[in-house]
Design a protein around this ligand. Structure first.
Ligand code: 13P
Length: 252
């Protein structure tokens, strides 16, 4: 299976910066069968990136969040059809910043996952525990609850279209990361839960949280880790190219 490299730009890079980034990225990389590259820019940059990277079969563009309703009076929200019209084919769901800064509930996360699959997009469902939950030994209970809620409305035959990201919240943007070994054991646990629901053994499970050019390989050598979801280190073409280069030949 190709390694999946996902860039979450969070609230950075409007259309102009996204276009400049995409042009540099195209010069620095070329498609490799060994890797897929997903970009999650702010909503206003989806269209620009989709057009700039249209000829890259290895690239998909995604939304950072979506609403489950297809249209209506939901000020500030992005619907699945609107995201698709802009060029998105994938979407993050339940990122810890949505859960903990914006109060997204497990139940809402589940609705979004189901709506994305119904609408023909692939969800990247994020799960992860807070520092105090880890200290209390609750990591597995927390990610199990998040996964169960996230997949509650998903039919067994749709599970292969879901991607999961394990992002321990204490490791996001902090420079602290889970050890590859610790992450791999949570991944194995998540995989077993997916298999229990009738899903595929080879479902893609990404690690996220302070992944950098200097540590990305230490995660990807773990069998259980199928890719990475990267915030800060995805924001410059140089750093991002170094990261995706681990998946097979970066330089053009
Ligand atoms: P950092 O890579 O900046 O820690 O962010 C991780 C993340 O939240 C990606 O979704």
């Amino acid at each position: 299976m190709a390694i999946l490299f996902a860039a979450n730009w969070k609230m950075h890079h409007g259309p102009e910066q996204a276009a400049t980034f995409a042009r540099a990225f195209k010069e620095l990389t070329f498609p490799q069968p060994t890797r897929s590259i997903w970009f999650f820019p702010p909503a206003t940059s989806i269209r620009t990136l989709a057009l700039e990277l249209d000829e890259r079969p290895d690239v998909a563009i995604g939304a950072q969040d979506v609403h489950w309703e297809p249209s209506g009076a939901y000020t500030g929200a992005l619907s699945i059809p609107l995201a698709q019209e802009a060029g998105a084919t994938v979407a993050l769901v339940g990122h810890s910043e949505r859960r903990h800064l914006f109060g997204e509930t497990d139940e809402e996360t589940g609705r979004k996952v189901a709506a994305l699959l119904d609408g023909g997009m692939r969800p990247l469902l994020c799960v992860g525990e807070l520092a105090d939950q880890r200290e209390r030994g609750e990591t597995e209970a927390v990610v199990r609850r998040q996964l169960d809620a996230g997949l509650a409305g998903v039919a067994e035959e749709d599970l292969p279209r879901v991607v999961i990201a394990y992002e321990p919240v204490w490791a996001i943007g902090t420079g602290k990361n889970a050890t590859p070994d610790d992450a791999a054991s949570v991944h194995a646990f998540l995989r077993s839960l997916v298999v229990d629901r009738g899903g595929p053994e080879d479902i893609a499970i990404l690690y996220g949280g302070s992944v950098k050019p200097g540590n990305v390989l230490s995660f990807l050598v773990e069998d259980e880790i199928d890719g990475v979801l990267v915030g800060g280190a995805s924001l410059t073409p140089e750093s991002w190219t170094e990261i995706v280069g681990v998946g097979g030949g970066a330089a053009a």
